[in-house]
Ligand binder design. Structure first.
Ligand code: GCU
Length: 678
């Protein structure tokens, strides 16, 4: 992936050839940092760096790389690093300072910070940038988490890259070297937490909390620990009942609370730095506090009390909605659900609870507005949830670089505290002065040899980590960095990879469901076009296309009132046709096909044009990729070419199904006379 180990043709700087470690050499994370640097240098030039003392004393010093804890740095360096780190809020922050000319010191208050700094230095080495350039970097989010939806039987819910890296045949069973490499990838982008099992916790995974499985869970935690990554489990709220111990899981029943306390105590005996629980409760048929007439705060707080003595946290998902809706009822609106459920509970959650909110109000569609819940909870810790795995964005058969979408979410101004109240500031906890915050991503990796099925989907994992660390990074710059680390410095290669990545989300959006209306996929697996696949279902996912128009009226004036969940001026922006952005028009409004967009096109003409253009974009990607033959290794070249060619067929299918669907509905021909199947 992006930790390539090829020889660097331009060699390595002199300073890279010598290294010194400051701090307890038996600290597992510091040891990792030193080993990663040595490994990167060895890969780059064929020789391991020579170990030196950190402080050469009176001897004339040679340029070298020094890494370690602030408290253990030699005098002069310590003072400089202290000054550099003074403004960094996080203990995971690192500073890089020049040492004796071309040398560099990587300094942090914590071993994890040193490790992140070393990975930054490795990026510099690979990208041929000066090692000694001073910098300070502090993560904006305390929790940078990957949520695996892996099942004990080795399958992955919404996984498109093979089988689980952690489980086989109902057991925790893994290839240690492979998982260690995965941990390296994650640490290199700043991820510090991992949930190993699916939010839908089935029978076997419910038992992960028991003595039968905890030693296995602990073995996994042992692999992640030296990379600064804490392990979490998804839990089943009904565990006390399902495991046969109690007749109830009522969060206000002291027996349930005691049960969870004992479970937590047991887990921490095996895993002293266990992160905590991720919980999907009262959602899509998962059990939860509603069974007992209790609410989410009752449920989350009970778990939080069990974990608190050990420093663990509860991550409670806001993905709660009625999945038995009636399509006949046009006033009912799934998009409202998370806000309606959680805003009344604001202020009731304990400080070690975080409410994990999907980026949009529905479910990871290619285009959704930002969830209004971010602006609705001011007295609750929250965590932003992205979906890295491409469930609704091409299932890793289509290339779809998601960082530009995530950036729109992070930069979105909720106006919850006036201008500048962005989602990034809310998720980190900064806007409302919350003690905890973070960003989670549903993982896209599996045991496929290239980790992500489609090699270009690695860019999404990379970008997720980089943005979780620093949401202000630019998505094109991340793509550029990723392309160079992954494919090397050939400018033609980098340009083509960048071009494909940056064109990919707009292309996918163009040839799938139009103007924010979403869905139109096959039920169940969610792949491929099916315009009415969910139209008459119970899932609350409708577009209401008829012969005159399409879209969901979510206005306060005449619709479901969903727009009222936003703060002004966002509320009015979405409420009125005149100001609603084109790309979200059909999410918020039901309009005739002849409605004219801000772009000057009618809705129907936009649909036709976008679908033809989207396919054209894929044709362009294939051409751009073909030209790289001989410029990158043939294995990766061929595999990606095969994926792109397959994408082309799928894009054509999307184009024709969607265009024909709307043409048959309204009978309006394409103004440009292109062929639309009757
Ligand atoms: C989506 C997805 C499910 C998943 C759910 C969730 O609906 O299709 O597979 O369980 O999200 O986030 O809980």
């Amino acid at each position: 992936a992006w930790l390539q180990e090829s020889t660097l043709t331009h060699g390595v700087p002199e300073a890279a050839r010598r290294m010194a470690l400051c701090g307890p050499a038996d600290d597992p994370v510091l040891r990792t940092a030193a080993a990663e640097w040595a490994r990167a240098v060895r890969a780059a030039c064929g020789e391991s760096p020579e170990p030196l003392a950190a402080d050469p004393g009176g001897a004339p010093s040679t340029p070298r790389v020094v890494m370690g804890l602030l408290s253990a740095m030699p005098r002069g360096l310590r003072e400089d690093a202290q000054t550099a780190l003074a403004s960094a809020l996080s203990d995971e922050a690192y500073a890089i300072l020049p040492v004796d000319g071309q040398g560099a010191a990587v300094v942090s208050r914590t071993p994890a910070g040193v490790l992140y700094g070393v990975f930054h230095l490795i990026r510099r080495l690979r990208l041929c940038e000066p090692l000694h350039e001073p910098c300070v970097s502090s993560p904006k989010n305390a929790w940078r988490m990957l949520d695996h939806w892996d099942n004990a039987d080795g399958t992955i819910e919404r996984g498109y890259a093979g089988k689980s890296l952690f489980f086989r045949g109902g057991q925790i069973d893994f290839d240690e070297a492979r998982v260690r490499d995965y941990a390296r990838l994650l640490a290199s982008i700043g991820v510090n937490a991992i949930v190993i099992n699916n939010v839908n916790v089935h029978e076997t995974e419910t038992r992960f909390l028991t003595e039968a499985h905890l030693p296995g869970v602990a073995r996994l935690a042992d692999v992640f620990r030296p990379y600064g990554i804490r392990l979490f489990l998804s839990i089943n709220f009904a565990s006390p009942v399902d495991l046969g111990d109690l007749p109830t899981a009522d969060p206000l029943d002291p027996r349930a609370e005691d049960w969870w306390r004992a479970a937590a105590d047991r887990i921490y005996e095996h895993i002293p730095d266990f992160g905590g629980f991720l919980v999907k409760a009262d959602s899509e048929f998962r059990p939860g506090p509603f069974t007992y007439g209790r609410d989410h705060a009752d449920g989350a707080n009970m778990l939080a009390r069990a974990l608190a003595p050990h420093g663990g946290v509860v991550i409670w998902r806001a993905f709660v909605y009625n999945c038995l809706m009636d399509w006949r009822d046009r006033r009912a609106d799934r998009a409202r659900a998370a806000y309606d459920h959680f805003v009344p509970l604001d202020g009731r959650f304990l400080d070690n609870v975080l409410i994990q909110i999907k980026n949009g109000p529905m479910d990871f569609q290619v285009r959704e507005p930002v969830s209004p819940l971010f602006g609705g909870l001011s007295d609750t810790n929250v965590m932003l949830e992205f979906q890295i795995t491409q469930e609704y964005t091409g299932q890793q058969r289509h290339v779809c670089y998601l960082a530009p979408m995530w950036k729109e979410v992070l930069d979105f101004d909720t106006h919850a505290r006036g201008p500048g109240s962005t989602v990034a500031e809310i998720a980190s906890g900064k806007l409302f002065g919350r003690p905890q915050g973070g960003v989670a991503g549903v993982a896209n990796a599996g045991d496929d040899v290239n980790w992500t099925g489609h090699s270009l989907a690695q860019a999404n994992l990379y970008a997720f980590g980089r943005l979780a660390w620093d949401p202000s990074l630019d998505s094109a710059e991340i793509a550029h960095e990723w392309a160079r680390l992954t494919y090397g410095d050939d400018p033609d290669v980098v340009r083509a990879v960048m071009g494909i990545l940056m064109a990919s989300w707009p292309a996918y959006e163009a040839y799938t469901a139009p103007l924010g209306v979403g869905w139109m996929v096959n039920p169940g697996h969610h792949d491929g076009p099916n315009p009415e696949g969910y139209e008459y279902s119970k899932w609350g996912t409708y577009h209401y296309a008829d012969w005159q128009g399409v879209g969901v009226d979510r206005t306060m004036a005449t619709g479901t009132g969903y727009t009222g969940q936003y703060h002004e001026p966002v509320r009015s922006l979405f409420e009125h046709l005149e100001t609603c952005p084109d790309e979200l028009l059909l999410f918020f409004h039901h309009v005739p096909y002849t409605h004219v967009l801000h772009s000057g096109k009618t809705v129907i003409q936009h649909i036709y044009d976008a679908h033809f253009d989207g396919v054209e974009a894929v044709a362009w990607m294939i051409e751009a990729w073909r030209r790289l033959q001989g410029r990158i290794d043939p294995v990766r070249h061929e595999r990606i070419l095969a994926r792109l060619e397959d994408q082309m067929q799928r894009a054509i299918e999307w184009r024709d199904v969607i265009n024909t669907y709307f043409y048959r509905k309204c009978g309006i021909p394409d103004a440009r006379g292109r062929y639309i199947y009757p």
